[in-house]
Each structure stands twice: as structure tokens, then as C-alpha cells.
Design a protein around this ligand. Sequence first.
Ligand code: ADP
Length: 609
Amino acid sequence: MTATAKKTTRQFRADVSQVLKLVINSLYSHREIFLRELISNASDALDKLNFKGIEQPSLLKGGEPLEIRLTVDEDAGTLTITDTGVGMDRDELIENLGTIAHSGTQAFLAGIEEGADPVQLIGQFGVGFYAAFLVADEVEVISRAAGSDEVSRWVSRAEDKFTVAPFQGEHGRGTSVILHLQDEHKGFLQTWQLRSLVTRYSDYVSHPILLGEDQINQGSALWQRPKAEVSDEEYQGFYQHLAGDPEEAIAWSHFRIEGGMEMTGLIYLPGQPAPDLFWQETRGGLRLHVQQVFIMDDCDVLVPRWLRFLRGVVDSNDLPLNVSRELLQDQQAVRGIKRQVVKKTLDLLEQLAEDRPEDYQKFWQSFGTVIKEAVHEEPRHREALAELLRYPTSQGEELTSLADYVSRMTDDQEAIYYASGTDLQTLKDSPHLEKLQSEGREILFMVEPIDEWVVRGLEAYQEKKLVSAMHGEQTNDEEVADAGTAKDLLVKMKEILGDAVGGVVPSQRLTESPVCLVVPEGAMHAHVERLMKKTGQSFFDTKQILEVNPDHPVIQSLARKEVRGDEDLERWVHLLYDQALLVENSPLPDPNRLARNLTELMAGVLDKG
Ligand code: ADP
């Protein structure tokens, strides 16, 4: 007997124990998912064998059919899930079931800590095997790796350890997971239970699932079946399996492309965003099959990054079977597939927006930011993407499309107005919009930094320019045009404020407020520039321009020098400037100065009285 052939007992790695406990504690009300998880692992093992068989056809020889078998032993109280897939050798048993190497587990733990739904997480990050302990107090895994004669046996009663030993009995290629069911879960030994669970959760598994002699699932690749023969329920079931999402998909598109290129695609829009949607490294991807053989999950070269939320399958007839992740990059066919996926997704979104506007709004709430990214990244599809945008406006928080906005424009309105700021409330109260609003103009409200890029990318919609209600119009900021009696005051104000502002100019847009700050034409809004500076993406230091309402009583009084000397004027001017910063939610350079000035000026006013 060799050293490795002995029975050994090992501790689970700390993170496994943690995950195990979490799985058991958070999924007790969804115990039945254990079967789906184990069948899904079995199906993956069969896919992997198929894939390996491309390079090593000998692995597939031996006549064992590719299948999954459920076996019930009432006397022993066991349910066994057997597959004829790739199997695991001793080291793989230890590695795969005893330590968690995949980064998914870290994400799972982090997700749980953040309060994410464990049922959703479990699908996404694959801690599926441990679901076995939801119903079993002991789990045995007997496995023979394809191409090997050695059979190993892994056993654990959860807690914190497991044992591995050589298995003396017979076992064909693949894996058996034997569940010693807890007394209260012996119901899972009943065949009607198993049938109904398989129909509910695993019907779409493309390998046959056998119970006794009967095949109890459909067993054909769902995307290869004609659309008319697949029910909505089946589409949803397949989505949930594929995406590991307990919620339903919001919409899907099932298509076949022929002539020139040959592919079948089934793409889904999820109902809710995955927790990692906005992580820097998230790339997304679709499951890739070549001539119906499973090649890989999360194949990211098939989608542009903005489509990282998309889930689905692509089955191509134009790629070689032995294609690797690296080789895929250079395949002409991949570019063709990607183009089709983008096009079909845009069609799907357009249709959703048109036919089911309420569902589209829901989609927008979760994924709108990503669609905005696309406007920036996908210049070729800008027109189609522009139709998908939705914004709140000054006429109500209900989101509007650009098309609807334009349909409400009056004949004399030439541009589409938008205002950008940190939040809706700030925008609603913004002095910048006073004039436009008094003229009854509708203004789009943009509160996401990425909107800055949307506007730059689009420039116009239906030939109507997008015009910021908050940008300055003149670049020659030193020029104090027609400011009437306030002319000298404006020059004085610039002297007092110095480098804090790029200029002080009379305003066309204020009716109620004395001042507001605008950014020069072409510059980024202050809150976006702040954000970019924080993340090291911008080194600009754009100076805002102070716009002054020459007709405002406060400005008129100051122009008439109704103040107590120069020092007082300075206070008033700083106060006006600080107030302009406050209303746009920008930080004050010196809050103490504001407090001091306020106190002094209050004292002055009270003195007078
Ligand atoms: P996931 O399947 O998401 O990777 P699991 O915890 O379900 O996570 O399984 C961990 C690993 O154990 C799998 O990645 C796979 O390598 C291996 N495994 C599980 N079940 C089987 C099986 N029936 N046949 C072969 N390998 C398996």
C-alpha cells in the first residue's frame, strides 16, 4: 500500500466550514435545491468529459453512456446521484470538496455579510455541493476519474472534517454522491418527489436523468428545440439554472442564424442585477457550445463589456471544437457572434420598452447605468441606444424617453435641456433653472456621473441639440458684458474672489436668486470632476464662473454701495459665493469663513435696527 492509498482524515479549510454553516443556516427553507445542485454538478461533469474527449477520444470509450442516475435505497435510507462524467481522483476529491480554491466563495461570504439573498448567491458562486448537507447527515462521494482505474471514497458528516480512502468495490467512470438522509428528510426517497423536483428544476439538463429505468427529464438541449415547442416555464427554468438566479428573467430572445454563419443563441435579460455588476473585474459572458458540445461558461469574448449583465447560451457551428479561451480572441467567427448578440439584445430591449413599458422601467432601474455605458462604448449603436434612455424631468419624477420629451417640446423650443447635479432634490431647487422653468421648459434631470459621457456621446437626439441648463455660454469669462449699474460691482467681485472663480459675469438664467455657479462650456460638471479627481481619473482644475443676477435687490444694493466699507463688501461677496456652492451641493472651501461672515453681517444688520 502506498502512502497516499491510506485512509486519511482531514480538516475542512476554515472557509469551507464557514460556507457549510452558512449554507445550512440560510437555506433550510429551500432544502429541496440540494437535488438541483447535485444534478447540475453531475451534468457539468458529463460536459467536461465530452470536452476532454475531443482531445482524448479514448476517455469516452468503454461504452458507458453519458447519463445521470438517481437510485433510492429505502432500507439504507440513502439517495444516490450517479454520473458517468469526468470523475475525480483522490487529490481532486480533497481539493474540490475540502478546500475552496475558487474566489467565488469569498464573494459568497462577502455577499452574505452584505445581506444578499443566499439562494441567489449560491447559484452565482457555486457552493452547490454543500447543499447536500441540507438533507443528509452523512455524505459519501465515490469517484473514478476518466482514464484511471483507481476509485476513491470521500466521506463527511459536515462538522469540520472529512476522510478520503481508496474504495475497494466496483465503480464505473464518474461519480456517485450518496446521501444518508436525515430522518426528517426521508421523504426525498419517494419517487414521485424526485420526479417532481427534476421536472421543476432540472428538466433542461441536456443529459438523460434516469430514475430506475425511466428517463425523467426532457434531456435535449433546450436551445436546439424549435421555439414553438418550448414553453415560457421551460425558458424560465433554464434561465434560473443557467444564471443561478432564483428570480425569473425579464425577457429573452431565442434565435437561429443561418447562411454565412451558423449559430443558435438564447439570451436572457435578468430581472435583477448580480451583486458583482459594477465590480471592476466583472466581464460577464455567455455559455459557449460548439456543435452542441459544451466548451465553456462565462465566455466573455462573445459580448462587449457593457453586456456583462446578459445571460445565455451560444451554440456555434463555425468554431473548431478544440478552441481555447486564448484562441477564441482571434477567431473571425467570434466577431460575427458578438455582432449578432449585440444586435439581438438591442432588438430585445427595444421590443421590451415598446410592448411592456412597465417591465422596461424595472429593467432600467437595475441596468440603466450599463445602457448609459453603452452609449459611450458603442458609437455604432448610438441611435438605437438613445431610444432606450430614460430620465426624470422637471415635470415629474416619472421617467421619460427622449422621444417623449421631444414630442412635448413646443415649436419654438430648439434644444433638449438637461441639468446635471448630485441628486434630484438639488436639481429641482437649482437656481440655474429659474428662467427656463418660468418659460415652461421641461428639463431632463441627470444625477449619475456617467450621464456626462452620455451627453458627450450623443450630442443631439432627432437633430435637437442637448443643451446643459447649467453650463456657461461665454468662454471669454473676463468680459463683463451688459451688466448695467452692476458693472463695477462685477469687476470688484472678481477681484475679491480672485482665483476661486474663472470669472464673474451677468446672468441670463436667474430670476429669483442673486447668483449661481456655472462651468465653462465644454467642461465637466463640478460633481463629476470631483468624483474623477477622487478616483485619479482627472487632473483638471476647472474654475467655475459666478453668474450674477444684476436685477436682484441684493445685487442692486451692493452695486449702490449700501455697505459699511470694503471689508463688509468682501463679506457679502464671499457669502454669495459660498451660498452658490451650497445650493449645488459642492463642498465649501472654508466653512468657518461662512460662519464668521454670517455672524458679522448679522451683527451689522441688528446694529442698524
Ligand atoms: P461548483 O460546481 O460551483 O464549482 P461545487 O461545490 O458544487 O461548486 O463543486 C465543487 C467542485 O467539485 C466542482 O467545481 C467540481 O470540480 C467538483 N465536483 C462536484 N461534483 C462533481 C461530480 N459529480 N463530478 C466531478 N466533479 C465534481
